[in-house]
Design a protein around this ligand. Structure first.
Ligand SMILES: [Cu+2]
Length: 209
């Protein structure tokens, strides 16, 4: 093959690859919609969980575990939403031992439990097979606290510092969208909104007290 012809073949192949990849991405997005919005008027607009309470169908957990770290005597992240059946890997990046526990919760789905003491660098794992809100505590450091929220489906978002959230690739339908505050505003009543999601479009749903 002459050199200019070879170059043309390579360029054409690349163009075809990009077009096919773009087509696949468009097809994936075309069948679903997204939900966006802002939480305002609450003491802490960050790390508010916004989630679809119940979506039709079964949602298998991801193969990759979720991660909960301990860094500088804090849990990272502070709020970890997962789909039912997801395994969580617990890390310790502190030069001291931690002892993660949680009190019984969720109508008996999770009895009180301790992951035991462990040192820096060791990883522990636990699989959450029931829905619920689990409060993580550390027996050694009373100020440490975090939340694992086990949900029925993967359609959830956490607000950033500016109070905005986004839930992507939601199948079209009518849903009950709920909020859950976990920080200083955790005693605020959860909010509920009825939302309709259409393929290829964005549903805007803001929340305020
Ligand atoms: Cu600790």
């Amino acid at each position: 093959m002459q050199r200019p012809v070879a170059i043309a073949v390579v360029v054409l192949s690349l163009v075809c690859f990009v077009l096919v990849a773009a087509g696949i991405a468009a097809e994936q997005d075309a069948g679903t919609g997204s939900i966006r919005g802002t939480i305002s008027g609450v003491p802490c607009a960050e790390d508010v969980l916004v989630y679809i309470e119940k979506a039709p169908g079964e949602y298998p957990p991801p193969e990759e575990p979720a991660e909960m770290d301990q860094v500088k005597l804090e849990f990272v992240p502070h709020v970890l939403p997962i789909v039912k059946g997801t395994a969580v890997r617990f890390h310790n990046h502190d030069p001291v031992s931690h002892n993660i526990t949680w009190p019984a919760c969720c109508n008996g789905a999770y009895p009180s439990y301790s992951l035991g003491m462990w040192d820096q660098g060791i990883v522990k794992k636990f699989t959450y097979n029931e829905e619920g809100k689990i409060t993580l505590l550390c027996k050694i450091h009373p100020r440490m606290e975090a939340f694992i929220i086990v949900l029925q489906n993967p359609f959830f978002g956490l607000t950033g510092k500016d109070g905005t959230y986004e839930i992507r690739e939601v199948p079209p339908g009518e849903y009950s969208l709920k909020t859950l505050c976990c920080k200083s505003c955790r005693r605020l009543e959860p909010k509920v909104a009825k939302v309709t999601v259409a393929a290829g479009s964005v549903t805007v749903q803001d929340f305020s007290p």
